[in-house]
Design a protein around this ligand. Structure first.
Ligand code: GDP
Ligand code: MN
Length: 398
C-alpha cells in the first residue's frame, strides 16, 4: 500500500527525520488560510497523489502570496495529475500540502528498498538528488552509494557515517545524517515497509538536513498489525478494480489485456497468464481466489472480472488439491446464474473429483467451453476471444 507524501513525512518525523513545516488542505480557501496561519513569505504547494514526478508535471508550485496559493490550487483541485508514473489516466488531486519553502544548498537521493538477491534491506543514496533514481543510474551511476543491512544487528552507525563520507557531507552534519538514516531504517522495519524514498533530502542554506519529499510503501500482508498505517489508505488513488478486490479479500492485479482469469493459487495464476500470452492472448488480470473456492467466492470473482469492461473472454483454471472440483463446478454454475456474463467462459478443472465436476458443468446447460489441459484452455480462450472479436466487427461492419 502506498501513502501520500504528507503522511510519509509525518510517519518519518515520528522516527526523528526532520521535515519542513507544512499543512494539509482540502480546498483552495483552506490552502491559502493554512499558509497565512503558518506565516512566512514563500510556500511550496504540492499536489498529494500517489505518484512521483509531480514537479515536472505541474503538481509542485512555489507561491509568494496567499492569493497566488488560492489561484494555483484552484488549477489543481479536482483535476487529474498525469506524471510519468501515473499512466495516461492520471491520478485525482483532492488534497494539497502547503509547505514553508526552504533555501536549498544541496539535493541528495535516499532510498531504502528490499534487495531480493541479498535478502537484505538495502540503502541506496546519491549526491545527485532531485533526479529520479532510474535517471541517476542511467547517467551518473558512479555517484550511487549502496549499503546492505545485516538483519541480526540492524543498521550500524559506522555504516551511516560511511554513507555520509561517500556523499561528501560536511563534518558538522554527519551526525544529523546518521540520525536521518537510522530513523528511516527503524520506520522501515518497525512498520513493515517495503520502500522508503526521500528524494530530495536537502541540505539547507542554514545548514539543516530536511526531507523535502517522502514516499513510503507498506507490505499489504502485514497491514493488519499496523492499524495506524492501514488508516492512511486513500482509495481515490488506487486502481478501482484492485480496491474492490482488496475489499473482498481477493488477490487481484489489473492488467491491460482482454482475457479475464479466475484461478486458485498465485503460482497457477502466474502460469495461466504465461500460457495465455504463449497462445497469443493478453490477460486482463491476475486473480488468485485462494484455496477454499466456495461458490460465493467464485461468484465474487466473476463479478469482479466482469466489472472490467475490457474483458472479452473468461478463463477459469482450477486445480483442486485441498478443494474439490465438484464444489468449484457448483460455484461456477451458481455464479453464472447470478452474474450476467455475456462473454465466452472457458473452464479447466483438474484434481480431486474432476469427473464429478465435469458432469455438473455438462448438466448445467450453460454454454461453457471446457478444456482438459492448461494449454488447451488458453488456446480455447484466445480462440473464443478472437472469434468473438471477428463477429463483433462483422456486426459493426454490416
Ligand atoms: P516529485 O516531483 O513528485 O518528486 O516532488 P518533489 O517533492 O520532489 O518536488 C519536486 C522538486 O520541487 C524538488 O526536487 C525540489 O527541487 C522542488 N522543491 C520542493 N520543495 C521545495 C522547497 O521547499 N523549496 C525549493 N526551493 N524547492 C522545492
Ligand atoms: Mn521527489
Amino acid at each position: 500500500m502506498d501513502i501520500h507524501e504528507y503522511q510519509a513525512k509525518e510517519v518519518l518525523s515520528n522516527f526523528g527525520v526532520a521535515i519542513p513545516q507544512g499543512a494539509l488542505a482540502y480546498s483552495p480557501e483552506q490552502a491559502a488560510y493554512r499558509a497565512r496561519e503558518m506565516g512566512g513569505e514563500r510556500w511550496v504547494v504540492k499536489a498529494q497523489v500517489h505518484a512521483g514526478g509531480r514537479g515536472k508535471a505541474g503538481g509542485v508550485k512555489v507561491c509568494e502570496s496567499d492569493v497566488e496559493i488560492q489561484e494555483c490550487t484552484e488549477e489543481m483541485f479536482g483535476k487529474k495529475l498525469v506524471t510519468h508514473q501515473t499512466g495516461p489516466e492520471g491520478k485525482g488531486i483532492y488534497r494539497v500540502y502547503v509547505e514553508a519553502a526552504v533555501p536549498i544548498d544541496r539535493e541528495i537521493y535516499l532510498g531504502f528498498v528490499l534487495d531480493r538477491s541479498s535478502q537484505r534491506i538495502m540503502i541506496v543514496a546519491s549526491g545527485e538528488g532531485g533526479m529520479e533514481i532510474e535517471d541517476i543510474s542511467a547517467t551518473r551511476p558512479e555517484t550511487i552509494v549502496r549499503a546492505t543491512v545485516e538483519p541480526a544487528v540492524g543498521l550500524q552507525e559506522f555504516q551511516c557515517r560511511e554513507i555520509a563520507f561517500k556523499l561528501g557531507i560536511e563534518a558538522g552534519l554527519v551526525q544529523h545524517l546518521v540520525r536521518t538514516l537510522q530513523g528511516c531504517y527503524r520506520a522501515f522495519t518497525e512498520l513493515d515497509a517495503t520502500m522508503v524514498e526521500i528524494n530530495p533530502l536537502v541540505i539547507t542554506g542554514d545548514n539543516r538536513i530536511l526531507a523535502l519529499d517522502a514516499k513510503m510503501t507498506f507490505d499489504d500482508n502485514a497491514l493488519f498489525r499496523h492499524p495506524q498505517i492501514s488508516e492512511l489508505r486513500d482509495k481515490s488513488q488506487e486502481d478501482p478494480r484492485e480496491a474492490r478486490a482488496a475489499d473482498r479479500g481477493l488477490s487481484y492485479v489489473g492488467l491491460d489485456g482482454n482475457i479475464g482469469c479466475i484461478v486458485n493459487g498465485a503460482g497457477l495464476a502466474m502460469a495461466t497468464m504465461d500460457t495465455i500470452k504463449l497462445a497469443g492472448g493478453e490477460p486482463a488480470n491476475f486473480l488468485d481466489i485462494g484455496g477454499g473456492a466456495t461458490p460465493e467466492r467464485v461468484a465474487k470473482a466473476f463479478r469482479l472480472v466482469m466489472s472490467d469492461k475490457n474483458v472479452q473472454a473468461v478463463l477459469v483454471n482450477i486445480f483442486a488439491g485441498i478443494n474439490r472440483c465438484d464444489w468449484v463446478a457448483e460455484g461456477v454454475v451458481q455464479a453464472l446464474r447470478e452474474v450476467q456474463v455475456d462473454v465466452p467462459v472457458i473452464v479447466r478443472l483438474a484434481g480431486t473429483n474432476v469427473s464429478e465436476g465435469q458432469k455438473i458443468l455438462a448438466q448445467s446447460g450453460l454454454p461453457l467451453i471446457r478444456a482438459t489441459t492448461l494449454n488447451e484452455a488458453a488456446e480455447r480462450a484466445v480462440g473464443a476471444w478472437q472469434s468473438d472479436l471477428n463477429q463483433s466487427t462483422k456486426v459493426r461492419a454490416s
